[in-house]
Design a protein around this ligand. Structure first.
Ligand SMILES: O=C(O)c1cc(=O)[nH]c(=O)n1[C@@H]1O[C@H](COP(=O)(O)O)[C@@H](O)[C@H]1O
Length: 246
């Protein structure tokens, strides 16, 4: 993994800017910028405001995790990754369920494109099992056999073999992923809920402190900060919680 791709993040907290307009995103990023390690642009913002939202955040020098969860045939996923890499984002993701060839094609395309453009290559990571799924949904609705943690470990290994930099997984699988893929493999965990916070639609959750203590590299936090009455206080509380480790 190139260390330059990791440099822009000053701490492990990535705030999900799940809003409809670039204005709202830039405004939130302005308020939270002094505290957040980086910002995530996901489907809601990208499908509403387009690449312009990413460009405006990048103008403010905010490191961006572009979370569009690519999942298509290798040729299409690679072409999409190439287009997204040109935006100068720090992290891109694809679905591990797309398979080895798709992950490899997307990762190689993103790297080549960044090199061609003379910019830092983005980390490319694989989404494993969504944090909104519990064991019963995974087996009965998704039709997948066995425990979630076994599938996450297997997909993480596949992602590593395909040349990806890491995975997105729930904090509950940090230990199995670390054991399967080693210390240099990036683990990004959504499904983060400060103690007492509403779980919303998230099923496999942990507190920020627990996730960091288990070895997560980055935490993705959305509503507990962005929907809080005082988002600045909410993010500061999370940073204090994390700092209390050790
Ligand atoms: O890829 C992701 O970022 C992601 C994967 C996953 O398994 N679960 C998950 O919640 N996410 C994203 O992480 C963010 C979590 O937001 P909150 O539940 O509001 O904290 C959302 O933007 C999700 O799209």
């Amino acid at each position: 993994m190139s260390s330059s791709a990791l440099k822009p993040f000053k701490n492990p907290l990535i705030i999900a800017l799940d809003v409809d307009t670039a204005e709202e995103a830039v405004c939130l990023a302005g308020r939270l910028g002094p505290y957040a390690g980086g910002f995530k642009v996901g489907m809601q913002l990208f499908y509403s405001a387009g690449p312009e939202a990413v460009r405006r955040l990048r103008e403010k020098k905010a490191p961006v995790f572009l979370d569009l969860k690519l999942h298509d045939i290798p040729n299409t996923a690679a072409a999409a990754a190439r287009a997204l890499a040109r935006l100068g984002v720090s992290i891109l993701n694809v679905h591990a369920a797309g398979g080895r060839a798709m992950m490899q094609a997307a990762a190689e395309a993103a790297r080549e494109e960044a090199e061609k453009a003379g910019i830092n290559r983005p980390l490319v990571v694989a989404v494993t099992v969504l944090t909104s799924m519990d064991q019963e949904m995974f087996n009965k609705e998704a039709g997948m056999a066995g425990p979630i943690c076994d599938r996450v470990a297997a997909w993480s290994l596949l992602a590593r073999e395909a040349g990806l930099d890491g995975v997105v997984a729930s904090p509950r699988e940090i230990e199995v992923v670390r054991k399967a893929c080693g210390p240099g493999f990036v683990i990004i965990t959504p499904g983060i809920r400060p103690s007492g916070a509403a779980r919303d639609d998230q099923k496999r959750t942990m507190t920020p402190r627990e996730a960091i203590a288990l070895g997560a590299n980055w935490l993705v936090v959305g509503r507990p900060v962005t929907a809080a009455a005082d988002p600045v206080k909410a993010i500061k509380d999370i940073l204090d919680d994390i700092k209390q480790i050790n």
